[in-house]
Unconditional design. Structure first.
Length: 187
């Protein structure tokens, strides 16, 4: 693909993604779902999970491998810009006043998923070929437990914005707890 073809295809992809996300968003809105949930569903429907499975030639024409070299970094740039805006609106004064609440919500939101994820890791380790052969039981349980603790932070931020909770105590404590969860789980 030439650079011109790549640019034209990129803007065509953006138009398809935005239009399809809006259509799915209208359906999601009727079900009371935030736009971000509809956008995620639209991605699954347009991605290899559904479109690529049912109509692989259409998927390959719509999202050829060459175009992903452009689409992926641009999407990361958009995400980075959005997270910057979220950080600019984050109310540190509320987190400082409600630090105990944020930590309590964070711990509560991590313990149950970690225990359940570690239990799944233990089960999958002994009964499936999910993990590579050199993986130990401890590694499997910690990995799956920690994986279950990680927050979809950008989605949380969009839902808080959708519900008009940005800058409120509840929204800020939820974002603070999500940040603590993610920092802990990634460590």
């Amino acid at each position: 693909m030439t650079n011109l073809q790549l640019a034209v295809h990129f803007f065509f992809q953006i138009a398809i993604i935005l239009a399809f996300s809006q259509v799915v968003g209208l359906v999601g809105k009727r079900a009371g779902q935030p736009q971000v949930v509809s956008e995620m569903i639209a991605g699954v429907l347009l991605g290899p999970s559904l479109l690529g499975l049912l109509w692989p030639t259409v998927f390959a024409r719509l999202f050829p491998a060459d175009s992903m070299r452009v689409l992926f970094p641009v999407s990361q740039l958009g995400l980075a810009a959005y997270m910057f805006v979220v950080g600019m609106e984050f109310r540190m004064d509320i987190v400082q006043r409600r630090l105990h609440s944020a930590v309590a919500v964070s711990v509560a939101g991590m313990v149950a998923p970690f225990v359940l994820g570690a239990g799944l890791g233990w089960y999958f380790y002994g009964h499936t070929a999910l993990f590579p052969a050199k993986t130990t039981l401890l590694e499997a349980t910690i990995f799956l437990g920690a994986s279950m603790c990680i927050t979809a932070f950008p989605m949380l931020a969009r839902i808080i914005s959708f519900k008009k909770l940005t800058g409120t105590t509840m929204g800020t404590v939820a974002l603070g707890a999500g940040a603590i969860d993610d920092a802990t789980a990634w460590c």
